[in-house]
Design a protein around this ligand. Structure first.
Ligand code: AVJ
Length: 336
């Protein structure tokens, strides 16, 4: 979600930065609550303002960040098989669609699909849909502006639309959630999509901790900028006085929780305000900003089974770095 400043030609007395953007009340509540905790923490979804989204796109290009290019290759190799199994006219529901290039790979194999992207950012959604429609003129697109973490009401099936449903959840976004929350989300997707649905999901695998932490701490420092941008966003949108330069980006492997954690570590003792409220941090104290859970293949199967999904296909790259899984709603009654 991002905010645009009023345009100069529409409002000549106001410069682009003259008016502070409207703060999202949910952002304010999450930040104030998170900074008051013993282990300070801000939910990762607040990374994605305009600059954060651009920085994430840049992360996908750095050499250390293998997930995007690995998953892209897997999709290129296996989407034709998915389309063959499900039908090239299925309804494709993407959870957290963003601006993804990956969708194009899938839709290339499913030219007669109806595409239902779900995203919380209406502005991104509109832009992405327009771009996609330009590439696939025959594609039916029915965007839904919603937070996919909650059960979503899908638009009714239109005339001539196929019965088969394919949920699409690439990028290992599921890894941002704890396993418990991941099960809740996968269950709610199962509910949203219905009894005969399939799910195509990308999940990153456990591997050498050095490669994992490097993927979240690239040499060019793009991930550091991405992490630190959260503090800039807090300052800008919530009237914060956080001394951003006093923070250091940290990426660490937590072996017990099987996840990479990103933190922002205070270099020395500091005080600052957010929304008029005072906060202090000791030197070395951190704000926990993201979890990226990694799974082993068997654990992925268990995670899916616990959420009502049965694994049909499990594809990986030659190095076994990343998984692309096709699952089917379990216990599906055969619809007439
Ligand atoms: C978009 C959540 C999949 O966890 O790998 C990348 C986000 N954060 N580098 C990930 C991210 C820092 C990314 N996901």
């Amino acid at each position: 979600m991002y905010f645009t400043a009023p345009r100069n030609d529409e409002n000549p007395t106001v410069g682009p930065l003259a008016r502070a953007p409207e703060a999202d009340p949910a952002f304010r509540a999450d930040v104030l609550r998170g900074l008051a905790q013993t282990q300070k923490a801000v939910p990762a979804r607040w990374f994605y303002d305009m600059r954060g989204s651009q920085l994430f796109e840049a992360i996908t290009q750095v050499p250390e960040y293998y997930p995007t290019r690995t998953e892209t290759a897997l999709l290129q190799a296996h989407c034709p098989a998915v389309a063959e199994r499900i039908g090239s006219d299925a309804r494709v529901v993407e959870f957290g669609s963003g601006s993804s290039i990956k969708t194009r790979i899938l839709l290339k194999s499913m030219p007669r699909a109806t595409y239902v992207p779900i995203d919380i950012c209406g502005e991104f959604l509109d832009e992405a849909c327009a771009a996609l429609q330009g590439l696939f003129p025959a594609l039916r697109i029915v965007p839904v502006e919603a937070n996919f973490m909650n059960p979503v009401h899908l638009p009714l099936r239109q005339d001539g639309e196929a019965r088969s449903m394919l949920g699409f959840f690439p990028g290992s976004t599921i890894g941002n959630l704890t396993p418990e929350a991941a099960v809740d989300l996968l269950r709610s997707m199962r509910e949203t999509l219905g009894t005969n649905a399939h799910l195509l999901i990308g999940i990153d695998r456990v591997k050498d901790p050095q490669r994992l932490t490097a993927a979240y701490d690239d040499a060019q420092g793009v991930t550091a900028l991405f992490n630190l941008n959260l503090l800039q966003r807090i300052n800008r949108e919530l009237g914060g006085s956080i001394p951003v330069g006093e923070f250091r980006h940290v990426s660490r492997w937590n072996p017990l929780a099987s996840r990479v954690e990103m933190h922002l570590e205070a270099r020395r003792a500091i005080r600052f305000e957010v929304d008029g409220q005072p906060f202090r941090m000791e030197g070395g104290e951190t704000i926990h900003t993201e979890n990226c859970h990694k799974y082993r293949p068997g654990e992925m199967r268990v995670l899916l089974a616990a959420s009502g999904w049965r694994e049909l296909e499990h594809w990986t790259d030659p190095q076994g770095d990343f998984s692309l899984i096709l699952a089917k709603a379990d216990g599906a009654r055969q619809e007439p």
